[in-house]
Design a protein around this ligand. Structure first.
Ligand SMILES: NC(=O)C1=CN([C@@H]2O[C@H](COP(=O)(O)OP(=O)(O)OC[C@H]3O[C@@H](n4cnc5c(N)ncnc54)[C@H](OP(=O)(O)O)[C@@H]3O)[C@@H](O)[C@H]2O)C=CC1
Ligand SMILES: CC(=O)C(=O)O
Ligand SMILES: [Mg+2]
Length: 591
């Protein structure tokens, strides 16, 4: 602070902050003074231009040992750092070495979060340059464990908490966030965190993780990202009884109380950030997710990642798989285990794509797709008792009580797991798939790894190496009878960063289903012959920035075509434009 005042008052400090001299020198004992003010009100105050010590403590500008000699002179850093000056590359090498020393993924996660709080650009450089290694650390599966233990690992707030206590004041709460130019909000209410259920306020790890990917994979500026957790209570008894739980200790609010809070939130978001801020709904339970999407889809720029992002990524994998399987999408039969957000979201986008390709009505193309929920196969005799999002899938058929019976009856070419329950694709189920398919397509999408419907090894072993396999959380390649099988990661992380970036750079004001198809097409278009030769239906994450630029460009093109883009004129080369807009984490030079 002193250096700031000197800098701004011609080198003359207006406040004398130096310790008052005492007879005989040395530092004055200020502890008594501090105790004397214990009962008094004090004002927490700070300055806004960072230099000296505060610059080292500012994660947006801190460069640690990479501050140059000139910068150390100009910004009052002399003596605050050891003498050596190192490059960002050397810092990266050192940090990767230290992160690799940790045995437990959660410790790696905590080291990464600590880095983000200390030096944001270095955090993103590490994440971008080592994406395949670090994605499982900052994202699924480790982020799941981090959310489960968020109460005990919580150090500093990384996003905004909006609870029932803030009712009537949400606009003010938004204004407390230090950044004004927000482009992307990821919001959860913590009720369905991955396949781990209701984690209440501890779900904050998910918006934080998703937005880190928006920046690292998609190129949205970190300062334009805002993670939000809406806390309406939790029905998780363990959390309610945990003295370290960080959220509201009450049962979840429902009905009018819940929807009124969400309405206030959505209104405040638009009031504060305007029409073009993207709100991504994440990990809401399905009894609210579909309704919120339908309600705000016509008035706000909103997108549900679990319903729509997942649909787009899976469709891309299916389209790519046709290169290996032959035929068209409409030639296939799909069976889902799990008929919630992910399951019905994917099913609807597949049906839409087949309908666009064949010109057949949606009601017809849906008939190629079957879903099983916790009560068995969804069939017409169950229609009356089904939630609205399941009803379009209630086809004419005899009831089937379990997945194995459904597989045998429907004989799908593709089996997709979106149940949130691990180990449901048993040996019998997978062997049944292999019995009537030369190359069965198996997707075990539930997260984190503990909830995957089967492992990569199981899928390859039980099909004698014939399966094409993808999962929501990553699995290592599997060697079977001398052949290496490379599983894909069918995770919406391929889609949402590029999709969101495309919406941002075109200034889109609404999300349209055709944009999901455009994102899907762009992702499938990034799978090359080299990937197909290895049996892959998704490109590697190591290329994700390029992939995201192509997705963003395709989505932006669709926004312009539909008249939903506001950033005019339309750039001629949208891929180049997207690339040029992407945030890069290299250090900036300070004057
Ligand atoms: N890979 C990816 O990118 C993504 C993965 N996911 C994962 O998908 C999973 C599900 O998410 P989501 O769709 O939002 O969750 P939902 O709660 O909306 O849906 C879960 C569905 O699974 C069904 N189900 C639960 N248990 C069983 C069972 N034992 N047998 C058969 N069906 C069962 C439920 O049935 P009922 O309706 O009868 O209760 C429900 O239909 C989660 O693990 C999530 O992590 C989600 C989004 C993206
Ligand atoms: C990936 C994701 O969004 C989920 O599992 O919920
Ligand atoms: Mg999710």
């Amino acid at each position: 602070m002193e250096s700031f005042l000197k800098e701004h008052r011609g080198g003359e400090s207006v406040l004398d902050l130096s310790p008052r001299s005492t007879v005989g020198g040395g530092v004055e004992d200020v502890y008594g003074e501090d105790r004397a003010s214990e009962d008094q009100l004090v004002t927490p105050w700070t300055v806004s231009v960072a230099s000296g010590y505060s610059l080292l403590r500012d994660p947006h500008h801190n460069k640690g040992l990479a501050f140059t000699e000139k910068e150390r002179d100009a910004h009052y850093l002399r003596g605050l750092l050891p003498p050596v000056v190192i490059s960002q590359e050397l810092q990266e090498k050192k940090l990767m070495h230290s992160i690799r020393q940790y045995q437990l993924p959660l410790h790696k996660y905590m080291a990464m979060m600590e880095l983000e709080e200390r030096n944001e650009r270095l955090f993103y450089k590490l994440l971008i340059d080592n994406v395949e290694e670090l994605l499982p650390v900052v994202y699924t599966p480790t982020v799941g464990e981090a959310c489960q233990k968020y109460g005990s690992i919580f150090r500093r707030p990384q996003g905004l908490y909006i609870s029932l206590k803030e009712k009537g004041k949400i606009l003010e709460v938004l204004r407390n966030w230090p950044e004004r130019s927000i482009q992307v909000i990821v919001v959860t209410d913590g009720e369905r965190i991955l396949g781990l259920g209701d984690l209440g306020c501890q779900g904050m790890g998910i918006p934080v993780g998703k937005l880190a990917l928006y920046t690292a994979l998609g190129g949205v500026r970190p300062s334009a990202c805002l993670p939000i957790t809406i806390d309406v209570g939790t029905n998780n008894e363990t959390l309610l009884n945990d003295e370290f739980y960080i959220g509201l200790k009450q049962k979840r609010a429902t009905g009018k109380e819940y929807y009124d809070l969400l309405e206030e939130f959505m209104t405040a978001v638009k009031q504060n950030y305007g029409e073009k801020v993207l709100v991504q709904f994440e990990d809401f339970a399905n009894h609210n997710a579909f309704e919120l999407l339908a309600k705000y889809g016509t008035t706000h720029l909103v997108f549900n990642d679990d319903i729509q992002g997942t649909a787009s990524v899976v469709l891309a994998g299916l389209v790519a798989s046709l290169k290996l399987l032959g035929g068209s999408l409409g030639d296939h039969t799909f069976l889902f285990l799990g008929a919630g957000e992910a399951g019905t979201g994917i099913a609807e986008l597949i049906a839409l794509e087949i309908s666009k390709q064949t010109k057949a009505p949606l009601e017809e193309t849906r008939k190629k797709i079957w879903l099983v929920d916790s009560k068995g196969l969804i069939v017409s005799s169950r229609k009356e008792s089904l939630q609205h999002f399941k009803q379009p899938w209630a086809h004419e058929h005899e009831p089937c009580k379990n997945l194995l019976d459904a597989v045998k009856a429907i004989k799908p070419t593709t089996l997709i797991g979106t149940s949130g329950v691990g180990k449901q694709f048993t040996k019998e189920v997978v062997e049944a798939m292999a019995a009537f398919n030369k190359t069965p397509l198996i997707m075990a999408l539930s997260n984190p790894t503990s909830q995957a419907e089967c492992t990569a090894e199981e899928a390859y072993t039980w099909t004698e190496g014939r399966a094409i396999f993808s999962s929501g959380s990553p699995f290592d390649p599997v060697e079977l009878n001398g052949k290496l099988h490379v599983p894909g990661q069918a995770n919406n992380a391929y889609i949402f960063p590029g999709l969101g970036f495309g919406l941002v750079i075109s200034g889109a004001i609404r999300v349209h289903d055709d944009m999901l198809l455009a994102a899907s097409e762009a992702l499938a278009g990034q799978v090359t012959q080299e990937h197909y030769d290895k049996g892959m239906i998704y490109p590697p994450f190591s290329n994700i920035r390029k992939i995201s630029a192509h997705i963003a460009a395709n989505v932006a093109a669709k926004a312009y075509e539909l008249g939903l883009a506001t950033r005019l004129p339309r750039p001629a080369d949208l891929v180049k434009y997207a690339e040029s807009c992407m945030f890069t984490p290299n250090y900036r030079n300070y004057r």
